[in-house]
Design a protein around this ligand. Structure first.
Ligand code: GTP
Ligand code: MG
Length: 196
């Protein structure tokens, strides 16, 4: 897929204010600081489109970006950010889960996982929830440039093994780096295929 345009459309804290659901939508989610906003910018090759930060918890809204005037990338706030209050976490849970569960134009949830880490309980639980809801999702392992490919492969194998405790088949996965563009063509081809 060739990216001709990518534009910020809106930020939301209310489901009722989201764009009308007539264009296919791909949501990017994962732990706080996993690299969601960086990956979005890398995919569309537009630095600064989605705001990135070294401080976890930067993205706090549902952000819609329109690509090629045809489909949306949705940048979601990260989960598992320790420094926010319990009640804020609960609000996050309600808001994001109701968006994911009810959004009729949502095609696939892209679950970002830090490729440097051993399987994290919070990621596995989130995948289980997606499975329970019957929501289609894929795994996107991020920051692969930060360690050897052997280490990345080991962590992916461990995650796949852990997820097979809940799922009959491991979901499709991608290995990415926002620094080196690793995985960009594969993810865009995957999205293109669904949009056809
Ligand atoms: P929140 O919105 O706070 O949940 O974070 P996020 O998941 O959107 O992460 P963000 O894209 O802001 O990236 C967090 C930090 O990781 C930033 O300092 C990025 O520069 C860095 N980062 C993200 N992706 C990569 C990557 O592929 N490689 C390297 N080396 N650094 C990355
Ligand atoms: Mg972000």
């Amino acid at each position: 897929m060739i990216i001709k345009s990518a534009d910020f459309i809106c930020s939301n804290t209310q489901i009722s204010r989201l764009p009308i659901p007539i264009k296919p939508e791909f949501a990017f989610i994962g732990r706080s600081n996993v690299g969601k906003s960086s990956l979005i910018n890398m995919l569309v090759q537009k630095k600064g489109l989605a705001k990135t930060s070294q401080t976890p918890g930067k993205t706090q809204l549902i952000n819609h970006f329109l690509v090629n005037e045809l489909w949306y990338i949705v940048d979601l706030p990260g989960y598992g950010y320790a420094k926010i209050s319990k009640s804020k976490k609960e609000d996050w849970n309600k808001f994001i889960r109701s968006y994911l569960d009810k959004r009729e134009s949502l095609q696939c949830v892209m679950v970002l996982i830090d490729s440097r880490l051993e399987p994290q309980k919070i990621d596995l639980e989130f995948c289980s929830w997606l499975g329970e809801k019957g929501l289609p999702f894929v795994l996107v392992f991020t920051k692969a440039d930060k360690q050897s490919s052997i280490k990345t492969d080991q962590n992916i194998a461990k995650f796949r093994k852990a997820i097979l405790a809940t799922f009959e088949e491991a979901p499709q996965h991608f290995v990415t780096s926002s620094e080196t563009l690793l995985g960009r063509d594969e993810i865009l081809a995957f999205i293109d295929n669904i949009n056809r």
